[in-house]
Design a protein around this ligand. Structure first.
Ligand code: ADP
Length: 604
């Protein structure tokens, strides 16, 4: 708004130049009178020229000779124009003495209009051929901006209207008694149709030579007589230097077709800028930053196009600099605001994360401390149980109780062991120690270890092991992984079932699978079984901590490997892992989110 308000004289000049010449109605024809024409007109003219000693004509008075004008007018009027406006100014009284003379009849013809001017006090100076209180005369004054360029047309508040208004009144439907009253006192921005010669023009000499074609051109038209070479007849305008006749023609055409440049009022301008602000803000609110930037650029292009288009099509000036400034300022301010908001949010999230991490740490510390402290009393309970069982043979009831107590306390001990292991691996100083190891050997060791457990329920442990090269792994961790998987296989299988452990090399991976014929895992749960503490709700009768598979996934991923599961309810489960044959660079991190991977080779 400030830009618009400060820019009191918006520069349309560039717009006019970019727009190029516009088509004009050919109801106006210009007739140019040159020094040579004047010479050719009469002896008087020639004499005058001689008296001026061939110097270039300086002012309109060079052409002052009523009798020559009479001849010229008679020739012109013979072509039957609707009006003839003379843009040369011959002030009354100052030169010669034109009293009404029968021989000067053509000069007072009602179709002929003579130029009048304003003096320094703003009073009209009537022309020498003024008749009927100036009814055949019109002002030819134009008011320039500070840079001496004519951009506006102001019809002064004097009794004599402007020559352009007089001419237009002849053709306009709005004219009352041949006069246009609405324009008096108003200032309009002239819609320039082009540079000189946009309006058709002919040389006066062609007329004098009575050229039929030239005379034909004037029939029924408005004729403006002017000069191309008199200095006072040249005006600087946005479309270049125009002659007075051309300028008069431009203004007349503006009045007739009402095609002035429309400059919106301050309120419409405010509304326009407000819409732009709203658009930029909504773009920034709806779209992500990068998209918003591109859209804002497009909006700026759109604003520029709209501005040029409205000027071209509707002669309406929509300020461009203010609009683009508005887009830029709104974008920057709002983006700044958004960034501050974003930063605020990030800071709060960061704080929350830190808080949650602290709580998690406290919880882990508590659990591990608690578990650690439980280890000793459990060991004592187990030792007492063992001692009591070996002591003097108790009754069967007591014996059974002791066995149950021993089993439960072992279970509790294992549970605590798992929790402590998780705490240890989640601590920052956990390291894996890799060495070349044979996976088949680890499987073999696990089978040895779990055979008593399997035998107790008459479960067969079958192996199908392909010879595999030693690979770089932490044997303790991978043995733990295999142990957990086989233990689950035994745990979830019915009595007398078979658990199959197989190993093979596929591509650049070593794949180990454990297959059982247990209850299977529902598809909906398959993606969750590797989560910490997750236990299937359907497996309540089986004891467990929900940490086994979490550790499996954690350890396998530490080695750059992947876990997978394929299971159908009441058909069994095939669960396993793939380790890369060659060492993969990895860091110790939290396990990645589990993806239910299906390895094509498993289906073979
Ligand atoms: P848990 O100590 O409960 O066995 P795990 O992490 O080893 O904990 O296993 C998580 C869950 O996955 C188990 O509660 C069980 O529901 C399911 N699960 C794991 N292995 C098998 C399997 N071989 N057959 C059926 N369900 C299994």
């Amino acid at each position: 708004m400030t830009i618009s308000l400060l820019d009191s004289s918006p520069k349309f000049d560039l717009r006019f130049q970019l727009r190029g010449p516009q088509p004009v109605n050919d109801r106006i024809v210009l007739v140019y009178l040159s020094k040579e024409d004047w010479m050719g007109l009469s002896g008087e003219g020639r004499n005058l020229l001689h008296s001026l000693k061939d110097t270039a004509p300086q002012s309109d008075s060079f052409y002052w000779n009523p009798w020559v004008w009479e001849r010229l007018m008679r020739t012109l009027l013979r072509a039957e124009p609707s009006a003839v406006a003379v843009s040369f100014f011959f002030p009354m009284g100052s030169i010669g003495l034109p009293f009404f003379d029968e021989n000067l009849k053509a000069l007072f013809d009602p179709r002929v209009m003579w130029a009048a001017r304003l003096d320094n006090d703003g009073r009209a100076i009537l022309p020498a051929f003024s008749a009927n209180y100036g009814h055949n005369s019109g002002l030819i004054d134009f008011f320039a901006d500070e840079d001496r360029t004519i951009r506006r047309f102001a019809s002064p508040l004097v009794q004599i209207p402007h020559l352009a208004v007089r001419l237009a009144a002849l053709f306009s439907h709005n004219a009352e008694n041949g006069r246009l009253t609405w324009l008096a006192g108003e200032t309009r921005i002239i819609n320039f149709f082009g540079a000189n010669d946009t309006f058709p023009s002919i040389r006066a000499s062609d007329l004098i030579r009575n050229q039929a074609q030239a005379l034909q051109l004037l029939k029924g038209r408005m004729v403006i007589l002017g000069s191309r070479d008199l200095e006072g007849h040249l005006y600087v305008t946005p479309t270049g230097t125009l002659t007075r006749a051309e300028l008069l023609a431009n203004v007349t055409e503006n009045i007739l077709s009402n095609r002035w440049i429309y400059y919106p009022s301050i309120w419409i301008l405010a509304l326009y800028l407000l819409i732009i602000v709203a658009l930029v803000v909504s773009i920034l609110l709806i779209y992500p930053q990068a998209v918003a930037f591109v859209m804002t650029v497009w909006l700026s292009i759109g604003v520029a196009v709209l501005s040029f288009w409205s000027f071209d099509r509707f002669q309406t000036w929509l300020p461009l600099s203010a609009a683009l400034g508005m887009v830029g300022v709104t974008y920057l301010l709002f983006l700044g605001y958004q960034l501050t908001q974003q930063e605020n949010l990030n800071w709060r999230l960061e704080e929350e994360k830190r808080y949650i991490q602290e709580i998690e740490q406290l919880k882990n510390n508590f659990v591990s401390l608690f578990s650690h402290d439980l280890k000793t009393p459990i060991a004592k309970i187990q030792a007492i149980c063992d001692r009591l069982m070996l002591a003097a043979s108790p009754s069967p009831d007591v014996q059974n109780g002791l066995v149950a107590l021993r089993r439960e306390s072992s279970e509790l001990h294992r549970y605590i062991q798992s929790i402590l292991r998780v705490s240890r691996i989640e601590s920052a100083d956990f390291k894996i120690n890799k060495e070349p190891s044979d996976v088949n050997e680890l499987i073999f060791a696990v089978c040895q270890q779990l055979r008593p457990l399997a035998d107790a329920r008459h479960i067969r442990l079958d192996t199908n092991l392909e010879p595999i090269f030693a690979i770089e792994i932490d044997p303790t961790l991978i043995q733990e992984v295999i142990l957990n998987l086989v233990e689950n296989g035994i745990k979830y299988s019915p009595d007398k079932a078979t658990v199959l452990i197989s190993s093979r090399e596929v591509g650049d991976q070593v794949i180990v699978t454990v297959t059982d014929t247990g209850p299977g895992i529902p598809t909906s749960e398959q993606s969750r079984i590797f989560e910490k503490f997750y236990r299937s709700p359907s497996q309540n009768s089986t004891k467990g901590s929900g940490l086994g598979l979490y550790l499996v996934k954690y350890f396998v991923e530490l080695h750059g490997g992947r876990v997978f599961v394929r299971s159908h309810v009441s058909q069994g489960t095939r669960i396993g892992f793939a380790l890369p044959l060659h060492e993969v660079e990895q860091t110790i991190s939290q396990p990645k989110v589990f993806e239910n991977e299906r390895i094509a080779s498993l289906d073979r």
